[in-house]
Write a protein that binds this ligand. Structure first.
Ligand code: HEM
Length: 222
């Protein structure tokens, strides 16, 4: 086996901070939404609002990073190899067949991941942010009026925000399962912690060092 550098430092920081924030926003959010009790209702509201602000700051840095490094290109959906990838998850994985899409530093997502992650970035997260902010400012009209938006009631916003929260919970569950389906059960997890992934020695593509990757112009990323 040889080690290739796949996830850069900021990417790992962003991934784990985002994971913690989404889980925390989920816990506090569902406490606001239902009878579940973790922190107490009032605390949950305060914590949710604070974590949401932290999430917005993280998103701003992440957007900058994706465009500054060209990493956004990793998420452009493709149909290439998509059928093989779906067949692998449905059947091949249970027969120990090889992964149909090899992960490289310059193309680390398989076609299904590209579609799902692009959907998260372009649809689900922006929906949560928009509905969350509307919720936040609608809630306290005496402080920040959203009367101009002419939104009739809070209910539609709450429903959209809650549907998005369920979508994120579903994603998290699938993500945790798929995390264990790398070359070994823990190889994907280790890669997101250390940045390095172990791949078979006989793989043909160039191995990049951390320094080379940091210097890689965005245009070279496929
Ligand atoms: C920047 C992003 C976000 C903002 C600005 C935001 C803001 C808010 C606000 C203001 C509320 C209402 C709190 C209250 O009643 O005073 C709320 C509720 C809620 N949030 Fe978020 N939130 C965000 C992200 C998330 C995420 C990522 C999740 C789930 C993982 C989530 C799940 C929920 C849930 C389930 C509720 C309760 C909805 C209801 O039943 O009415 N939120 N959010």
């Amino acid at each position: 086996m040889k080690r290739i550098y796949v996830y850069r430092l900021f990417e790992r920081f962003w991934h784990w901070t985002q994971a913690l924030l989404i889980i925390f926003l989920g816990l506090t959010g569902f406490e606001i939404h239902s009878e579940i009790r973790f922190f107490g209702f009032e605390n949950a509201v305060h914590y949710h609002n604070s974590a949401a602000i932290a999430f917005l700051v993280l998103i701003a840095f992440a957007i900058f990073w994706h465009f500054a490094t060209g990493e956004w290109k990793q998420y452009v959906p493709t149909l290439e190899n998509i059928r093989e990838q779906a067949q692998y998850y449905a059947l091949g994985i249970f027969k120990n067949e090889p992964h149909p899409t090899e992960k490289t530093a310059l193309s680390k997502l398989n076609p299904l991941q590209r579609i799902v992650y692009a959907g998260l970035k372009v649809v689900v997260i922006p929906t949560m942010v928009t509905s969350g902010l509307l919720y936040m400012f609608f809630r306290y009209p005496q402080r920040y009026s959203v009367a101009q938006l002419n939104i009739k009631g809070l209910e539609n916003i709450a429903v959209v925000h809650t549907v998005g929260a369920f979508a994120l919970v579903a994603f998290l569950m699938a993500h945790l399962y798929l995390m264990t389906t790398g070359h070994t059960v823990t190889s994907n997890l280790k890669a997101m912690i250390t940045g390095y992934e172990e791949v078979p020695e006989d793989r043909g593509e160039k191995t990049f060092t951390a320094a080379e990757l940091v210097g890689a112009p965005g245009g070279e990323l496929s």
